[in-house]
Design a protein around this ligand. Structure first.
Ligand code: MLT
Ligand code: ZN
Length: 463
């Protein structure tokens, strides 16, 4: 180990697992964004929170930045280490520490993969209801860092709703035990919620108490082919009025083409410009029949022109694949990702405004729309044309994102609904948050991370 700073870390923590091979620096230094060249000083893989505290104290003395790292499935560069930072990977802190049945709280380490957490909940006949396509590789620590949302927010809310307590190491190495699983706690500022969605800039989560829910009732999945954008909201209103929804998502024909090329099964004979996938409680025949009525109502009004309802859990899984595998099917094409939100009531007008911007500014680009329309959250992925260089493409996309950000400001929306600001959306933060808010966020960071070592340069730059 040649770097004297790393030698000093080794002396402080002789048992700490460190990786410094070029392949490790490359692997742990990036997330699913592929825009930055990883360049961390090393990768630390602590096994307990005391080690995390000692690493932070070392980082303060050496003035080395720390990048916390979970499954690195992030889409905003939040887990990128491109400037000589030390990456702390939580992959060895991945255990379920305990379950308290009366509280229905599972205590877990941050490196636990979401799917493993969901399985642990099922072992206790309960459910952890936050869910999305990256469940097999993202970790609860990363989910907390971005207040991850996903496909069931419409019923269960974001990650924030399920975090009953957090143990966090601050930028001075202090360990905070926040909220301790309490349901009611009106004792001043709830610092737990400050940590959720902070993208690792205020503290490093070393333990989380996660609330579990009753298992959902049996459900069915319905996919509807929708002829026009303005019909999407009519279909949403009709479904929400009659059915108990646990998901309501949409995607376009372009998205369908990509997932089918990736191995998913197209359930329709004819192409439609839009599709909806919705999941609803169907514990009995009557509720199943209600879904058919909703479908017929939409059909008679011309809001849909075809549809399919799952008849088995295997078919439901196959239909979900149409939505779940969009990200994966697009990843090799290096899409520029927009992850925006507006109030649900503003969706029709905002979608129209956004469409006009894209048609005018990106006439030659393949644009893939999908997302959580029932939460007012749209993902718009711009695919890089083969002939355009990576650099030109980013410049072009950033120019259009500035226009999008200005439109979002008008509609009082957000430039990041669920992926986080990270490095990718930093330039546009001021379109979503006021100068006063950003100044306050900087002030909060100065209190919790006075030396600026926690995920430096993410969300905003130092003033
Ligand atoms: C999704 O909804 O599929 C995720 O947020 C990932 C993405 O936007 O690609
Ligand atoms: Zn999403």
């Amino acid at each position: 180990m040649t770097d004297p700073r790393m030698a000093r870390l080794g002396q402080r923590l002789p048992g700490l697992l460190l990786k410094t091979e070029p392949a490790d620096l490359e692997f742990y230094g990036r997330d699913w964004t592929r825009r930055w060249t990883p360049n961390p000083i090393a990768i630390a893989l602590p096994a307990q929170s005391e080690e995390v505290q000692e690493i932070v104290r070392w980082a303060v003395e050496e003035r080395v930045g720390i990048v916390p790292s979970g499954g690195r499935t992030g889409l905003s560069g939040g887990a990128v280490a491109a400037n000589g930072e030390l990456v702390i990977s939580f992959e060895r802190m991945n255990r379920v520490l305990g379950f308290e049945p009366v509280d229905r709280i599972l205590t877990v380490q941050p490196g636990l993969v979401l799917e493993a957490l969901q399985r642990a909940a099922i072992e206790h006949d309960l459910t952890y209801p936050v869910d999305f396509g990256a469940r097999g590789s993202c970790t609860i620590g990363g989910n907390i860092a971005t207040n991850a949302g996903g496909i069931r927010v419409i019923r269960y809310g974001n990650t924030r709703e399920w975090i009953a307590g957090l143990k966090v190491v601050t930028g001075t190495g202090a360990l905070l035990d926040l909220n301790r699983g309490l349901i009611k706690n009106s004792s001043g500022y709830d610092l737990r919620h400050l940590m959720i969605g902070a993208e690792g800039t205020l503290g490093l989560v070393v333990e989380a108490s996660v609330r579990l829910a009753e298992p959902p009732p049996p459900s069915n999945v319905m996919v509807l082919a929708v002829p026009a954008m303005q019909d999407l909201m009519q279909v949403f209103a009709a479904c929400r009025r009659s059915l108990s929804l646990s998901a309501f998502e949409f995607f376009t024909d372009r998205a369908l083409e990509h997932v089918v090329r990736h191995g998913a099964q197209d359930p329709f004979d004819q192409v439609s410009p839009f599709y909806v996938i919705t999941e609803f409680d169907a514990p009995d025949e009557a509720r199943h029949a209600l879904a058919l009525e909703v479908f017929e109502h939409c059909l008679n009004n011309g809001w849909v022109n075809d549809g399919v309802i799952s008849q088995s859990s295997a078919q439901a899984a196959s239909l979900w694949r149409l939505r779940d595998s969009i990200t994966e099917s697009l990843a090799p094409l290096k899409p520029y990702k927009n992850d925006i939100s507006v109030r649900i009531s503003a969706i029709p007008a905002f979608m129209q405004a956004m469409r006009e911007i894209f048609e005018r500014e990106y006439p030659q680009f393949d644009i893939v729309w999908f997302g959580h329309i029932g939460d007012g959250n749209l993902h718009v992925n711009v695919i890089k044309p083969a002939a355009t260089s990576d650099t030109e493409f980013i410049v072009e996309c950033e120019r259009v994102t500035a226009l999008l950000s200005a439109t979002l400001t008008r509609y009082q929306g957000s430039i990041s609904a669920e992926h986080g600001i990270g490095l990718v959306k930093k330039k546009y933060l001021a379109g979503t948050r006021s100068d006063a808010e950003i100044a306050m966020m900087r002030g909060i960071k100065r209190v919790l991370d006075p030396f600026g070592i926690l995920n430096p340069g993410k969300v905003f730059d130092p003033a």
